[in-house]
Write a protein that binds this ligand. Structure first.
Ligand SMILES: NC(=O)c1ccc[n+]([C@@H]2O[C@H](COP(=O)([O-])OP(=O)(O)OC[C@H]3O[C@@H](n4cnc5c(N)ncnc54)[C@H](O)[C@@H]3O)[C@@H](O)[C@H]2O)c1
Length: 361
């Protein structure tokens, strides 16, 4: 199978390469700006890597040659860190929409199967969150269904929605090319894939504010308080990266089931509030380090404005209905949240253990 993989050096791309390359019989043409997560694959003869932006005119010419020969094109490119949505909005929109649209057009021109990674953020907030009270008593007001749930964004000045809107527009362009030009497609809406390599740790291998797991992990590593934004009442479901990769592999294996569909890839059995996640993480870290004082690691509250800056608001809840992935792909995630956290946090502990400090908060 010939695969063009755009954004192959990121978290999900690196795990896909780990799984696909040892299978044999695959030839992968990968593009990314950063190869630090895939160094072990750099010399693999089945991998043809290009370190360049997919938006450069040179890259587009080269990608077109690869697309012509490909069985499938996987698009993983994005700037997908919530702290960037309201602080680097133009780059966020470019990465998920304008840089990708020429690739969608190439796939349409050559009628190639495009598997594009979108996001559950396209739903915005749930209907339940706008109701005066008790909206969450009714599953139909918050459970997300790929083909029925409305997509509800906040106002334009809340620039937090830039990423969600750019992803939604790309989904609509893909769907339009499918309907008008017969381009086969699969849209994946991931819901919080967790695992090794998922994010950087500020001050060690990156700067700024990473996603929630890495924020809490940094606090534990640096012995600083874990900060709950607006009380940490937003709810999220968390799935192991390994089971997420299982789902993508099933899509590749079963094009007759996966083409021309939108899929949630998430684990509805692993739902937590962000406050519960912080609690679970400090318990897990006590287990990993053998230091029971982490069980009482300080947790403090902060406002979204203080933490993310102006123009931030959160999605209240993301409970995916995954019956389509179950029925069409035979995929049903099983790995429990404690196990996902243990693996992911052990990776971070191992990687950064040398710089651990137990300075007082
Ligand atoms: N990880 C999740 O739980 C999750 C959740 C929702 C959506 N997604 C989507 O899945 C996809 C992959 O996510 P991820 O977690 O691997 O993110 P990631 O940030 O680790 O990977 C994205 C990769 O795209 C690359 N990239 C960005 N702009 C580029 C450009 N112009 N040219 C070439 N490469 C470029 C980055 O260098 C990065 O390696 C993204 O589209 C993201 O929006 C992921």
């Amino acid at each position: 199978m010939r695969i063009v993989m755009l954004g192959c050096g990121g978290f999900i791309g690196s795990h896909l390469l780990d799984r696909l390359l040892p299978l044999g019989g695959v030839e992968i043409h990968g593009w990314d700006l950063d190869f630090s997560k895939i160094e072990k694959h750099l010399a693999n003869p089945s991998l043809n890597l290009r370190q360049d932006s997919v938006s450069s005119s040179y890259a587009l010419q080269e990608i077109e040659k690869e697309v012509e020969q490909a069985d499938v094109v996987l698009n993983l490119v994005a700037i997908c860190n919530p702290a960037d949505y309201n602080t680097r909005p133009l780059e966020v929109i470019d990465a998920s929409l304008f840089d990708i649209y020429p690739i969608v057009e190439l796939c349409a021109k050559h009628k190639k199967w495009l598997i594009s990674f979108s996001t559950s953020e396209v739903y915005g907030r749930t209907v339940a969150s706008y109701l005066p009270q008790a909206g969450y008593q009714d599953l139909s007001l918050y459970e997300l269904n790929e083909d029925e749930t409305p997509l509800i964004m906040g106002p334009v000045h809340n620039q937090r929605w830039t990423y969600a809107c750019a992803k939604q527009m790309t989904e609509r362009l893909i769907y339009a090319h499918h309907k008008e030009n017969g381009m086969p497609f699969t849209i994946v809406r991931p819901l919080n894939f967790f695992g090794p390599r998922m994010d950087y740790i500020p001050g060690r291998d990156g700067d700024g504010v990473p996603r929630v797991l890495a924020c809490f992990m940094t606090a534990l590593l640096d012995n600083k308080p874990m900060q709950l934004v607006d009380g940490g009442q937003a709810r999220r479901t968390i799935v192991s990266i390994h089971e997420a990769v299982d789902a993508i592999c099933l899509m590749l294996e079963k094009p007759e089931k996966s083409q021309n569909q939108i899929f949630h890839i998430g684990n509805p059995y692993n739902e937590v509030t962000v406050a519960e996640l912080a609690e679970l993480m400090r318990q897990t870290y006590a287990k990993i380090t053998g230091d029971s004082s982490f069980k009482d690691h300080p947790i403090i509250s902060t406002s979204a404005q203080e933490f993310y800056g102006e123009g931030y608001e959160d999605c209240d809840r993301r409970m995916p209905n995954i019956s389509k992935a179950k029925h069409l792909l035979g995929w049903d995630p099983k790995i429990s949240l404690p196990d996902v956290l243990f693996e992911t946090m052990s990776y971070y502990h191992e990687k950064y253990a040398k710089s651990l400090s137990k300075a007082s908060c």
